[in-house]
Design a protein around this ligand. Sequence first.
Ligand code: C2E
Ligand code: MG
Ligand code: MG
Length: 376
Amino acid sequence: MIDLFDTAARAAGALAVEVRGDALRLEGDAARHGLGAVQASQRFTELAACAAPGDRSLLSALSDPARIDARVRLIGEDGRLRYVRLIGGPEEGGIWRGLILPAGASPDGGLAALDLETALRQALKDGAVIAHHQPVIALVDRRLAGFEALARWERPDGSALGPDVFMGVAADHGLIGAIGDAVRSCAARDASAWRIARPDAKTLFVAANATASELCAPDFADRLIDEVRNAGLPAHAFKLEISETEVMRDPDAAEAAMKALRKAGFSLVLDDFGTGYSSLSRLDRFPFDTVKIDQYFTRLAETDPSARTIISGVVRIARSYAMTIVAEGIETPAAAELCTELGCDYGQGFRYAQALTPEDAADAVVSGIEGRFGAA
Ligand code: C2E
Ligand code: MG
Ligand code: MG
């Protein structure tokens, strides 16, 4: 049927596809892709109906006058999700020809992942993915210094899901940027509101996370600068956190975006430091002004002398680069004391508070958190 469909493609489990108008022909072992019913029905619209919601537009690209080469998720007759590669292009006479090849593993729990993905897309549309804010404390005087904005998916029952539940699915389906945009937008807006609610809260900062891939997108820095400006927040009150393990992936693009942000007045935080085996001097090319010591070391500090040695080493080197130091994951008063003694400037952790809803964070700005720390 199709010239492309040679022995090698057949051996690889490929299906030949031909689309004429709405008529679809598949050749090969369609059952292997869970597509037996589609083959029998021979309607293109039924192939599209088998695709996961986010991929339907990819299949409609079959009618575009261009070649496509796309990873598409199909739901087989057994209800399991399959990743396939759809490759081919238009031929004369309004015919489209190509191949469906297996692409990657079809994970167990595919349908559950698909449900989660569909619900997450809807939550993003509905504005249900927002920032909760974890207090950051100035260790020397236990003053509330700022907050880290962390992604939370608010559920109709009032509970909130953390990134551990949805970041994996978000990463698989290209939703990290949409989540990050939503969280950074909430962060800028909420921080601006705190400053209006309490004029002496003008020293408060808000920090939010971005992946290195987001940072390296060509318009990222400009969009963030606009977002923060439009929220009425001064750039110096916004800190962008980038994880150590990621920053070296595309160092040139990362460096350019960081320089643009620093020039606009933003602060840049090297997050989770100590987990990625890089030395601060290797990271010297990036204009970070703050380093966040990973909670792994903070939590060990009370019991493990080598964790304390690592923390004081990081503090010494960070100081020589004139960087501010934050200890993450402070869970006990003793850990807070140790981190203060070892020279950390700020602390963040359950000893002070978990991430607070925007309403509770606004209350904390005005009245502090009873028995733990005073408000700014
Ligand atoms: P992170 O940026 O290092 O944030 C700190 C994480 O440690 C948060 O987890 C926080 O709740 C948790 N944590 C803080 N203090 C303590 C403590 O004393 N003990 C323990 N056990 N944990 C503590 P969370 O909110 O689950 O976030 C996990 C990670 O997800 C974040 O790590 C960050 O890498 C990522 N993330 C969160 N929000 C976003 C976002 O908007 N965009 C991106 N790209 N990543 C995000
Ligand atoms: Mg962070
Ligand atoms: Mg961290």
